[in-house]
Design a binder for this molecule. Structure first.
Ligand SMILES: Cc1cc2nc3c(=O)[nH]c(=O)nc-3n(C[C@H](O)[C@H](O)[C@H](O)COP(=O)(O)OP(=O)(O)OC[C@H]3O[C@@H](n4cnc5c(N)ncnc54)[C@H](O)[C@@H]3O)c2cc1C
Length: 462
């Protein structure tokens, strides 16, 4: 599919020659994202380099009846940036990557949506400030993508997720009109909380052009440790016990034996390959004494729950190694088989041991290799199924297991997605977690803001 020359010319009049792609070879690069789904090729890819031309691109797409999929870095795992096949446009935000303001007095920053998450955190740190949301993809993901999916990260347990840092934003509606919501102030109740509406909207309600994000003073001290467990369920029990003891680590992550072996196989960082699971914890705070006290308490709970060993990081280098292990879990698993299907079902923390057992039972029933890691402190697991999509029989078992994971999570009063969103992949499950009225209400809201249903069609609701 291709757009008419006259329309391409009109786009080029404000996006420039290098801001409009219509050649098949270029379009193919935007026909997929990080989810394991069929590719879908758009008719045009538009790359505005300033906010004004972003608004014009949105307005012209809408007028011309082109479905619009906005794309940050395409790292989402739910098909949320798969374009509508045929006559559709992908709008890239990568060139909208300016940090417009970092305000150390009032603890906020104003950014364009294409700023890469880790670059923003570094820029804040350079001014002695802290931006906590740190998705595993932070070296690549954009802040716009983080807001549109309400991304979490390793520090979610204590510091929350993207929603806790979104103070306001500006976005273009379907006519390319700029809508403003929120402010640079700590408090703001001026009108509807449109920022809340836009959060996790997956590009279905409007296109963000500017974000106002909250910053914090950084913690003064921190301490990381790694606890080794013979069995995965013991690590899950330790998580519940730590929280029940009223200690709030900033990070509490775990990895099962398959993940430990995959990471160690590739990175040789000295992980215990005979362990059933490891729990990775970090406590932080305003004083060294307080942090030491919390660290001792966490280590003691870990031992009480069956840890055969608790390794405390003695310095920055050892701490970095602990987190390197966790951040390499997915890339290491992904090297083992051609396809990795990563899920993010989430349950109330106290139900973690049951969820862990349910995943193991499903893996055995469907005869699949599954590595499990995740944000244990948030009850957010990432069961990762290793398979080969080209093997139809095996992939049918994978799909059955994914359905089983959702059934199990909902049965434990959990949710379909802790952080990866719904996209295409989980749309058919929306009604099961909510109800018909919720889906219909959401669809009415969407139609009111997008009468031609051109903003990221096919996502969230079927
Ligand atoms: C290795 C790996 C690790 C990951 N770890 C985590 C993790 O720890 N936590 C987590 O939450 N996620 C994680 N993810 C998922 C993903 O990285 C995040 O969801 C991230 O927020 C997506 O950012 P992105 O820039 O790639 O967005 P994209 O994938 O490009 O887009 C995501 C959604 O945002 C919309 N969007 C993007 N920009 C705009 C805009 N300007 N206006 C309106 N809508 C917009 C898109 O249309 C789409 O619906 C991981 C992914 C990978 C591959």
């Amino acid at each position: 599919m291709t757009i008419p020359n006259s329309l391409a010319k009109e786009f080029r009049s404000f996006l420039g020659q290098d801001g409009v792609f219509t050649e098949k070879a270029d379009l193919l690069a935007y026909a997929y994202d990080s989810a394991v789904l069929e590719e879908s090729v758009p008719a045009a890819v538009l790359a505005p380099s300033d906010r004004e031309s972003l608004g014009k691109a949105v307005a012209l797409c809408y007028r011309a009846g082109l479905p619009i999929t906005v794309r940050g870095s395409g790292t989402n795992l739910s098909g949320a940036t798969l374009p509508e096949p045929g006559d559709s446009a992908v709008i890239l935000t990568g060139r909208l990557n300016r940090i417009l303001e970092i305000n150390p007095r009032d603890l906020y920053a104003v950014v364009e949506p294409g700023v890469v998450t880790a670059r923003f955190a570094e820029a804040a740190a350079a001014q002695g400030l802290f931006y906590p949301p740190d998705p595993g993809s932070q070296e690549v993901s954009t802040l716009g993508g983080n807001v549109a999916l309400n991304a979490g990260g390793l520090r979610g347990l204590k510091y929350g997720v993207t929603k806790d840092y979104l103070m306001g934003l500006e976005f273009f509606d379907h006519e390319g009109e700029l809508v403003k919501t929120g402010s640079r102030t700590v408090k703001c109740v001026t009108g509807y909380n449109l920022a809340g509406l836009m959060l996790a909207s997956e590009g279905t309600l409007g296109v963000f052009s500017t974000l106002i994000l909250k910053l914090l003073p950084p913690p003064r001290a921190s301490k990381a440790m790694l606890a080794v467990y013979p069995r995965f369920t013991q690590a899950a029990e330790a998580v519940s016990e730590i929280i029940a003891a009223r200690i709030l680590p900033c990070t509490l992550e775990f990895m099962d034996m398959m993940c430990i072996r995959a990471v160690e196989g590739f990175f040789r960082i000295g992980l215990p390959v005979e362990a059933g699971a490891i729990l990775l914890a970090e406590v932080d705070g305003g004083s060294r004494e307080g942090v030491e006290e919390d660290a001792r308490a966490v280590a003691s709970i870990c031992r009480r729950c069956g840890a055969s060993e608790v390794r405390e990081a003695r310095d920055q280098a050892e701490k970095a190694k602990i987190w390197e292990a966790r951040r390499n879990a997915l890339p290491s698993l992904a090297r083992l088989r051609p396809t990795t299907v990563l899920e993010d079902a989430t349950v109330p923390r106290s139900r973690l041991p049951e969820m862990v057992e349910a995943i193991a039972a499903l893996a055995a029933r469907h005869r699949l290799e599954v590595g499990v890691f995740g944000h244990a402190g948030d009850g957010n697991l990432h069961p990762t199924i290793l398979c080969d999509r080209r093997d139809a029989e095996e992939f049918a078992r994978v799909e059955a297991m994914v359905d089983g994971i959702f059934e199990a999570a909902l049965g434990l009063q959990g949710t379909l997605s802790g952080e990866h969103g719904i996209g295409v992949a989980k749309a058919k499950w929306m009604e099961k977690e909510t109800n018909r009225a919720t889906v219909e209400f959401s669809k009415r809201l969407r139609r009111a803001l997008d009468p031609k249903l051109l903003f990221n069609p096919g996502k969230m609701f079927v």
